[in-house]
Ligand binder design. Structure first.
Ligand SMILES: Nc1ncnc2c1ncn2[C@@H]1O[C@H](COP(=O)(O)OP(=O)(O)O)[C@@H](O)[C@H]1O
Ligand SMILES: [Mg+2]
Length: 245
């Protein structure tokens, strides 16, 4: 494993209700290396999205901490991609991507070349002037990815980003994500419900238990994944069935 880019130390999150404290997840320990894709499986409600938001610094942990080397301007260099692309319909593709730079000091200076590069990264240069309603679901999600990449994250957080896409589009985007992570040295955490997506894109796979979630198992993905797939499904099915009752 290369340099650790993201470290989550004994993280727990609980919400204070009117009468009781509701734990969301607890005891989460995780390290993701630069250039590694960590796929995170787990049933609905086990705290995956909350964990990603906490890693991004968008909400606090109750205990534990997140360690990510800050960028030169002192920010936490994380970017999140959600299941829905969340594009602004009245802006072009290029303008939507430039929005990623909104909070960056050097926005005006390098916006144009940065937008072009981010669009090249996701294979969408020719659609720079298009509006979101002309895009397919996969293209829209590529724009969302470009809008995050333009901020120069060292840790990329993906919250079921491909769940709404058809299988071929999904596979193409999974592969693009892996190329970007491996090629650019990005640490990626990919939340998914889909074991095959985890196997295709993940260098390692983690499985969370039902709420309050904890990271119960971790596997390294090796070349021949037939046996691993069976092992992960055997661990995952009881978790999903426990949810269904
Ligand atoms: N702001 C909040 N206040 C109270 N409970 C919350 C809040 N945000 C999330 N939760 C609860 O935390 C649990 C985990 O949510 P979430 O992280 O979205 O799970 P997942 O992404 O794994 O489906 C859910 O039970 C949800 O109701
Ligand atoms: Mg979620």
């Amino acid at each position: 494993m290369g340099t650790v880019a993201l470290r989550v130390l004994d993280a727990a999150r609980a919400y204070q209700g009117r009468h009781e404290v509701s734990p969301v997840f607890s005891g989460v320990r995780l390290e993701v290396a630069a250039g590694e894709v960590f796929a995170l499986l787990g049933p609905s409600g086990c705290g995956k999205s909350t964990l990603l938001r906490a890693i991004a610094g968008l909400e606090p942990l109750t205990t534990g901490r997140v360690e990510i080397a800050p960028s030169a301007d002192g920010r936490r260099p994380t970017g999140i991609v959600y299941q829905e692309p969340r594009l602004l319909p009245w802006l072009t593709v290029a303008e939507n991507v430039a929005l990623g730079l909104r909070y960056k000091a050097n926005r005006a200076a390098r916006a144009r070349t940065a937008v072009e590069r981010a669009l090249r990264d996701v294979g969408l240069v020719e659609l720079a002037g298009a509006y979101p309603d002309a895009l397919s679901g996969g293209q829209a999600q590529r724009v969302a990815l470009a809008r995050t990449l333009i901020t120069g994250p060292s840790v990329l957080l993906l919250d079921e980003p491909f769940a709404a896409l058809d299988p071929p589009t999904r596979a193409a985007l999974q592969d693009r994500l892996v190329e970007l992570a491996h090629g650019r040295g990005l640490a990626a955490v990919l939340v998914t419900h889909d074991v095959d997506e985890a196997l295709r894109a993940g260098d390692r796979i983690g499985l969370m238990t039902p709420a309050p979630g904890t990271l119960a198992r971790c596997w390294a993905v090796t070349g021949d994944d037939g046996a691993l797939r069976a092992e992960i499904l055997a661990a995952y099915h009881p978790v999903m069935e426990a949810m269904a009752v």
